[in-house]
Design a protein around this ligand. Structure first.
Ligand code: SF4
Ligand code: SF4
Length: 414
């Protein structure tokens, strides 16, 4: 399917070692790239971006179409690029974006309203310290303990206690480097995904290792929230360690880690082959290294595509194939694959309150999942796991929410 979304263009690189840079992000329209300014003239006012925007769909102030149209009207009225972005889009709207990429993906003329929003956030966060207060905790965690959960690096392997999970010190030249990620390493619910995936790798006899205490947050939330300084520090440090390890392939259960390491670390000198855990699971099934027990109840499963997997990185078949190998009867939501609807946590939303609206994004998505009649919502991202679990709990639903790895591990023949 046609898509304008280019994973390498989500955020521009800023060399923070360059002391001559005076303006970070976009305070005024002239701070945007010329192609972003031209977007306003290209816009045909079809409102397709607005129709797919999860923030707009749940009654938030944000409309990506309104941003482009406001830019255009400003020029039509004789305005110049010296105009403050605040006159074209409100701060409340700017912070409602989940960076899901749906607006960019759908635009028939190739406009990228999301890029403007992320550039505006850079100005707000770095130049004006004007960001939602709740983000402070995640920022401090990433600065002090290298993860937004603010868990000490010393506790980063706690999830693997009692399991055999080799670190890079124990296995210096693994076939697969497993980038665990902050959520699976430190969030109690997501740890179950990590434990399930470890069970799969160990059962298959994969030669792998994790970075353990040497792994820091990939920096995705900092970058999407405009804190390029925090991102720059984490990305530089991670690339240095990864280049030392020189991994043949990296696997991760988190699409945010996958996206950032694969598409955004090359600007820092880090070029790696990165795959999602569902892709590795399929390889292991294909080569006969694992097989599943298919007897028992049939699971009716709907898969919620994470934006950073399906839309930003075009990986949509792998999770479904893995679920089918585990005996799932798949049912699809109306919005699926690269046209999926956000869970509401991307773009640093995970760390802040949602803006006021008519509904919460996760509840809207969970209602869609429920409408399929599935008994399980499968996810492939720790943020989606949290958001869908919260929505299910919120309404006392019996529908289970599980990562693909958990579903596979439950049926694994050992
Ligand atoms: S990236 Fe997603 S949430 Fe942000 S403006 Fe575009 S469609 Fe809306
Ligand atoms: S989808 Fe593109 S052309 Fe249509 S309103 Fe949005 S920015 Fe304008």
């Amino acid at each position: 399917m046609r898509s304008n979304l280019n994973a390498n263009r989500l955020a521009s690189y800023i060399n923070l070692d360059d002391q001559s840079i005076e303006q970070f992000g976009a305070a005024k329209m002239k701070d945007l790239g010329w192609e972003q300014i031209m977007d306003s003239y290209a816009c045909i006012m079809c409102f397709r971006c607005q129709e797919v925007c999860p923030a707009y769909n749940t009654g938030k102030l944000l409309s990506p179409a309104a941003l482009e149209i406001n830019k255009r009207y400003h020029f039509n009225g004789g305005g110049t690029t010296d105009v403050a972005m605040a006159e074209l889009i409100s701060e409340e709207a700017v912070w409602a974006c989940t960076s899901c990429g749906a607006c960019v993906d759908i635009c028939p003329v190739g406009n990228e309203p999301m890029r403007d929003i992320l550039d505006i956030r850079r100005n707000l966060s770095m130049m004006e310290s004007a960001f939602p207060k709740q983000l402070e905790t995640a920022f401090k965690g990433m600065e002090r303990n290298m993860n937004p959960w603010n868990v000490s690096q010393g506790d980063r392997m706690k999830w693997a206690e009692g399991m055999s999970v080799p670190t890079i010190e124990q296995n210096a030249e693994p076939e697969i480097l497993w980038w665990v990620g902050c959520a699976p390493a430190t969030d109690s619910r997501a740890q179950k995904t990590a434990q399930a995936f470890a069970k799969i790798l160990n059962t298959a006899g994969v030669n792998y290792a994790v970075l353990g205490k040497n792994e820091a947050c990939n920096g995705d939330s900092a970058r999407r929230a405009g804190r390029e300084d925090i991102f720059f520090g984490l990305a530089s440090q991670n690339v240095e360690i990864l280049n030392e390890v020189a991994p043949k392939r990296i696997v991760t259960t988190c699409p945010h880690c996958l996206h950032t390491i694969k598409n955004e670390y090359p600007a820092f000198g880090g070029n790696y082959q990165v795959i999602h855990h569902t892709q590795l699971i399929n390889e292991l099934v294909g080569s006969g290294k694992i097989s599943m027990n298919l007897e028992g109840d049939n699971m009716k499963i709907t898969f919620h595509d994470p934006c950073y997997l399906g839309r930003h990185n075009k990986i949509t078949d792998a999770p479904r194939d893995a679920l089918q190998s585990a005996g799932a009867e798949m049912v699809e939501m109306p919005r699926n694959g690269a046209k999926s609807f956000c869970c509401g946590a991307g773009g640093a939303q995970m760390w802040k309150e949602e803006e006021e609206g008519s509904a919460r994004v996760n509840e809207a998505r969970f209602a869609e999942a429920k409408s399929t009649g599935a008994d399980t919502v499968a996810v492939g991202c720790p943020f989606c796991l949290t958001m869908m679990t919260d929505a299910a709990k919120g309404e006392g639903s019996e529908i289970q929410v599980k990562d693909v790895a958990e579903i596979v591990a439950e049926r694994l023949k050992t």
